[in-house]
Design a protein around this ligand. Sequence first.
Ligand code: ADP
Ligand code: MG
Ligand code: ZN
Length: 620
Amino acid sequence: MDKQQVLKEYFGYDGFREGQEELMDAVLSSRDVLGIMPTGAGKSLCFQIPALLMEGITLVISPLISLMKDQVEALNQAGVHAAYLNSSLTPGQYRKALGLAAAGRYKLIYVAPERLVTEAFLDFALHASIAMVAVDEAHCVSQWGQDFRPSYLKIVEFVKRLPRRPVLAAFTATATKEVREDVAAILTLRDPLIRITGFDRPNLYFAVQSPKDKYGTLKQYLNLHPGESGIIYCLTRKLEEEVCVRLRSDGISAARYHAGLSDEERRRNQEDFIYDRVSVMVATNAFGMGIDKSNVRYVIHYNMPKNMESYYQEAGRAGRDGEPSDCILLYGGQDVVTNQLFIENNRDNEELGGQELALVQQRDRERLKKMTFYCFTRECLRDYILRYFGEYPASCCKNCGNCLSQFETADVTETAKGIAGCVKTSGQRYGVTVILDTIHGANTAKIRSYRLEQNPFYGCLSKVPIYRLRQVLNHLQLQGYLNVTADAYAVVKLTELSEELIRGEVQVLMKLPREEPEDKKKPEKGGKARRRRQSLAAELHAEAFTEKEEKLFEELRALRMKIAKEEHVPPYVVFSDKTLVHLCIQKPASQEELLEISGIGAFKAKKYGKRFLECMGNQA
Ligand code: ADP
Ligand code: MG
Ligand code: ZN
């Protein structure tokens, strides 16, 4: 078999996606690779397919148990023998799995990094023929990355001890240059083929909202998307619990996830979500790495996260199946403060010395600043994200909140002059809140102790609401008229552009959202899911997805759920929604015709074909 045949036979797909083929070819010709592709782009196949084609065993290093389990289940569903070795196995199970591995039962073995240099594992590895070591989530090896895991350093130690050096293949979705260079250097990749694919995820819709009532906004969204799978990220456990409890009392089936829950509860809740037993997951950022659930239709950030890397990774868990999905960030001023506190109190990495720690914090503050700008920009959000990751896209995507909203251009020159003037006359010594309080004319102990009530700009903008002042200040920062230092104090400073502003030589224009008219048409309930099926149907040049097909779709979905339960796997591991839609439209009548459907390989056709064919036959 060649790679094309493996793709079709085991995974049921007809073509490769961007980057996949080149990476596979390099691996197959024994060259190391570094694949940098966004979440959902299809990194797994880049090592899974070569693994099936090469002599010997492929080891896959992966940071999380859930990640391994999910991938191994999916492989076994596709008819590939694979196993995982991690702390979720009992010692007995572990020994048994190692025994089977030594007997050559598995082509792919997923291993937790900390296991690699244990005696039992080495005993196996030194006597096995290991063709490739694939490092998934490879940014975990880098201190620059947002998720450094010291145990990843064991990979190098392990490889060095092998009698024959296997091909090394590293994959990550983190694209910054530092991380990329770190990964290649630390893993000691040899003349690797480095492939960076576009970071754009065109099927994701991005939006930022700053609602007065976050919960109400969230609730409204959920009401419009009943039954769809989605994740709600909160910044703190406390909030996460609050939101989850409220949703439940409002009759929404929600599960929760944070690091403080017992392993058992976390596992159960995660499975409820993955297996579609509950549709909404309310979680902190502890949830998600390794969640390969492909039909997540929305990711809502109840708070602004700490940086763009985290945001894009978390938001990117929506729409892995390539279908339209929403990524919505609900911004609130408090989010900045909470994140700042996290940075100041960050003691995650005890190995860091004082100077290093200061450097890390400095970098974190810079990142937070860029994240805040994202929430305030009026330009295309996708454009902002891609630029952050070093890509230069066309600047209007037509699929983000900013590209699709109507803005009015407002002249904020007077407000801007007031802010800059206050910064100058108070000696560039104060943080954002103090500056805003001063021009707004607040009477606080802090203002009095700094004697700012005597500042010439004190109270000069008392009529402008604080949130607007903050928007303008952020805009000035974005435009380079002011700078906020990236140290713990976040002091507002002047820049070389400030003087022109203060002297009144420039006009500052800013886009503000046009107020929505009250009678704005409410979107149709459940409409998005239906539209998505319509658009899938259109891709197949079908007339439309009729009532009859909707009905069949529901039948097939029920059958999929039934099978998933029998096999103890998530429904999407059986077939994706897309595959079901294809079935509804093409209505295959035989095993051969089944193989024409995207997502159905020979193994699955044999295993499930009969039941699905029957189900469709009954309907016809
Ligand atoms: P990543 O690890 O890059 O985030 P995955 O490997 O989990 O992404 O793949 C995401 C989804 O894309 C999976 O459902 C996978 O089956 C699907 N996929 C990958 N490659 C292809 C392809 N060539 N054609 C169709 N679907 C694909
Ligand atoms: Mg992956
Ligand atoms: Zn846009």
